[in-house]
Design a protein around this ligand. Structure first.
Ligand SMILES: CCCCCCCC/C=C\CCCCCCCC(=O)SCCNC(=O)CCNC(=O)[C@H](O)C(C)(C)COP(=O)(O)OP(=O)(O)OC[C@H]1O[C@@H](n2cnc3c(N)ncnc32)[C@H](O)[C@@H]1OP(=O)(O)O
Length: 230
């Protein structure tokens, strides 16, 4: 049975970038993050904004002169994280070092299988005044809990994600997200986690369930079969 994913989705059909190519593009993304922050907070005169808009348009045209069909992957896992497909997804909106929309959230696998992320969010991620937007917290949990599941050997799509917003989450302070697996059952994996402020107060808790899609398992089985018969 043929169950192949479309070419732009399959990791093996993506462009793979080496360390130096990633570093050059990551510096660009970092500058664009600073640009986003400056755009949100700028108070220069309107005429200057209009002039800058033209300059930004020209830069967009230069970068767009050669385009990939889909976001590239990294040759080698970033941050020393092995066996995590997502850490190599350079365009990911939460962890992607090449995506200026991503904060980006770093993560660290701890020896006990849990994951820790320490990050600071500023004005572009504001929801209520001075506080982190709830949907941003949800995206971060989705990704970090998903990676925790993936690293435990059950990579999957999010089937459920529930958040409990206990207290407001402040901007501009280092936040810590800790995540762990609570249960595994065949293709299903449950993970939970919480975000805490520097003084140790929990602001958001989350629980999620991930399912390894049937079609991915079928595709792996097809590839294994092809290798046996070739
Ligand atoms: C080859 C390489 C593999 C990749 C390796 C990469 C490693 C990377 C490591 C780590 C990184 C991960 C980081 C991810 C972070 C971001 C994740 C996202 O944002 S994902 C986007 C949002 N989510 C969706 O778009 C899902 C849409 N839904 C679906 O695609 C399907 O519904 C899916 C895959 C969830 C299940 O489909 P079915 O056909 O495979 O399986 P069925 O038979 O329907 O369900 C299996 C079991 O799960 C339960 N189930 C399924 N969905 C459920 C749900 N929503 N709630 C409760 N139970 C559910 C079912 O009741 C069934 O349970 P019973 O076996 O009968 O006990």
């Amino acid at each position: 049975m043929t169950t192949a994913l479309p070419p732009t989705i399959r990791p093996q059909d993506r462009s793979f970038l080496g360390e130096e190519q990633v570093a050059v593009r990551a510096r660009l993304a970092e500058e664009v993050r600073a640009l986003i922050d400056a755009v949100v907070l700028t108070d220069v005169p309107d005429a200057e904004i209009a002039e800058i808009t033209g300059q930004v348009r020209a830069l967009t045209d230069r970068l767009g002169a050669a385009r990939l069909g889909a976001a590239p992957m990294a040759d080698t896992p970033i941050d020393g994280l092995i066996a995590s497909g997502m850490s190599r997804q350079l365009g990911n909106p939460v962890t992607g070092v090449l995506n200026p929309v991503a904060p980006p959230i770093p993560f660290e696998a701890l020896p006990d299988g849990s994951v820790r992320s320490v990050f600071t969010l500023d004005e572009p991620y504001e929801g209520p005044p001075g506080l982190v937007h709830g949907g941003i917290s949800a995206a971060i949990f989705d990704q970090v809990l998903g990676m925790t599941a993936g690293m435990s050997g059950v990579p999957g799509f999010t089937a459920t994600l529930e958040l409990r917003y206990r207290r407001p989450t402040p901007l501009r302070v280092p936040l810590t997200l800790k995540a762990r697996i609570t249960r595994r059952e065949g293709r299903k994996c449950w993970a939970d986690g919480e975000i805490t402020t520097p003084d140790g107060r929990v602001t958001v808790e989350a629980t999620a369930m991930f399912v390894t899609p049937r079609h991915l398992l079928a595709e792996e089985a097809d590839e294994a079969q092809e290798q046996r018969t070739s």
